[in-house]
Write a protein that binds this ligand. Structure first.
Ligand SMILES: Nc1ncnc2c1ncn2[C@@H]1O[C@H](COP(=O)(O)OP(=O)(O)OP(=O)(O)O)[C@@H](O)[C@H]1O
Ligand SMILES: [Mg+2]
Length: 504
């Protein structure tokens, strides 16, 4: 492939309320390449892309596309210049068919003014066909997997002649098989000469799908290069300034007290015959592929789902938990996955998002004790390295990873005895991941029972003493963390093997 520069952003600067977020960043993207944009949480990746997408205006700097100077005054102008931004919150309409989504707002009509469904379906099939996507134009979007929803947005942008597509953490809520499908799609997209800017904290993905990379660090350019010419730990070093270990953590001996015990828990169509227990100080992991039922299982234990049979015992006592409030009362905490939909309250300040699960602590004669609240927030800001200049701004202004850290702070502040983390490091950079793991282990060392739900086997392997693998709603295997390997986990998670090795 000849190297032809498609996009150039030069010396881009941007401040918000006097805080310098981009301090003169440059980015060069070639035609038909997948370009990784990397950096720690809060480094400025999304801000740079928001400037390219016309969402924000730079304070200074220039943008050229194929040598032409362009200005992105608003998202519409950015689109007109061939750029399309696939946000994490997808804009597809579930209750419309695929072709209706593609032509929403640009419907084709025949000479009598009626919708030309046939032509729209033909063009939809054509574009999906070229990208190797096997879905019917008349499928309803709500019936499709998540990854297909992204494809529809991308197909829509191609229909409008996009030549550069920005994907900001496109795989953060996809299952493994969906990621593979997305990658096939991206490869086909490249073939058509489209350039892609790919933001992700999953370095394995960078190795697999990206051609070149640019690293931002604290609003500055930290490095750029060809992915194949670098080792992943070199790239990590550019991002965080030091090498990050991948070793398993050592665990302290767990205590004898069983804090959570589950006997024969079943819920029709979701999971069945679940038995396990977690002791004080223990870190237990649950993993599996999409549809394994682990999230639903723990949603029941936390009281989000009422319909189940079997027994949940907390500190030896049988409890009927049919509401999250009861779970909180029983000192159970739950950090859910997909913080955007499930956890953060967008219009609320950063600091109130933190105190939300422990309001009684901050209650001083019916009023909120703001000075205590500020003090507690400062504690977590230092502990978790949360990047925020003013905790009174609404949480949606924080970078994605920092929002996630505030969610962790919220549950640490609530101080439960049993803590369930569903995908705790979603959107968290490699350096901060390490810090969060250390925090989790510190909680265990304090005698809390920790449960980690994750689809990332390496994460489970590094962190957990006992590992349960689920497949289609059942626990198909349990391992001692020291003995487990990624291959062992995968062979059970895919349903290829099943048996129960006793944890011991
Ligand atoms: N609208 C805004 N108002 C104030 N500050 C903002 C705004 N948008 C972004 N910031 C700040 O700019 C910095 C960079 O944020 P950005 O979202 O670009 O980071 P990021 O590299 O995408 O991080 P992540 O990996 O966590 O998504 C952060 O400190 C963030 O709080
Ligand atoms: Mg971001």
């Amino acid at each position: 492939m000849e190297n032809k520069v498609y996009l150039e952003m030069r010396n881009i600067k941007k401040s918000f309320n006097g805080v310098k977020v981009l301090k003169g960043v440059s980015l060069q993207v070639q035609k038909g390449e997948v370009h990784a944009l990397l950096g720690e949480n809060g480094a400025g990746k999304s801000t740079l892309m928001n400037i390219l997408g016309g969402v924000h205006q730079p304070d200074s700097g220039s943008i050229t596309i194929e040598g032409r100077d362009v200005k992105m005054s608003d998202p519409r102008e950015s689109k007109a210049n061939g750029v399309s931004f696939i946000h994490q919150e997808l804009n597809v309409v579930p209750d419309l068919m695929v072709y209706e989504n593609l032509f929403l707002g640009t419907e084709i009509k025949n000479k009598f003014g009626f919708l030309n469904v046939e032509e729209m379906c033909r063009q939809t099939a054509d574009i999906l066909g070229r990208l190797g996507v096997e879905i019917h134009p008349k499928n309803y979007v709500r019936e499709l997997d998540n990854s297909y929803k992204q494809f529809i947005e991308i197909a829509k942008s191609l229909l409008h002649k996009s030549e550069l597509i920005i994907m900001d953490e496109p795989t953060s809520s996809l299952a493994d098989h969906e990621v593979e499908r997305l990658f096939t799609f991206i490869r086909n997209l490249k073939e058509t000469g489209v350039s892609i800017i790919y933001i992700s904290h999953k370095l394995k993905e960078i190795e697999e799908i990206c051609d070149r990379f640019t690293v931002l660090r604290d609003g500055e350019l930290a490095g750029a290069g060809i992915v194949k010419e670098f080792k992943l730990d070199q790239i990590t070093k550019l991002m965080v300034g030091k090498a990050i270990s991948n070793e398993r953590f050592e665990h302290k001996e767990s205590q004898e007290a069983v804090l959570l015990e589950v006997n024969n828990l079943s819920s029709e169509g979701l999971y069945k015959n679940i038995n396990f227990s977690v002791k004080a100080g223990e870190v237990v992991g649950f993993t599996g592929l999409a549809g394994d039922g682990r999230t639903e299982l723990f949603e029941s234990i936390f009281g989000y789902r009422k319909k189940y049979t079997g027994q949940i015992k907390v500190r030896g006592q049988v409890l009927k938990i049919d509401h999250p409030q009861k779970a909180v009362k029983a000192k159970i905490g739950f950090v859910p996955k997909n913080r955007k939909e499930n956890a953060i309250i967008k219009d609320l300040s950063v600091i109130h998002n933190m105190s939300l699960s422990s309001l009684s602590k901050f209650n001083r004669n019916g009023l909120l004790d703001q000075s205590l609240e500020r003090k507690r927030f400062r504690h977590y800001k230092d502990l978790l390295n949360i990047k925020v200049h003013d905790p009174n701004i609404t949480i949606d202004k924080l970078s994605g990873g920092n929002q996630q850290k505030v969610m962790l702070a919220k549950w640490l502040e609530a101080d439960p005895d049993i803590l369930i983390f569903d995908n705790p490091t979603q959107g968290i950079d490699v350096g901060a991941k390490q810090e969060i793991y250390e925090q989790i282990l510190a909680l265990a060392a304090m005698g809390k029972a920790i449960i980690i739900l994750s689809s990332e086997a390496p994460e489970i392997l590094r962190l957990c003493q006992s590992i349960y693998v689920m497949y289609q709603g059942e626990i198909v295997s349990s391992f001692n963390g020291n003995r487990a390997t990624e291959d062992m986990i995968m062979s059970y998670a895919t349903g290829a093997k099943r048996e129960d090795e006793q944890i011991g």
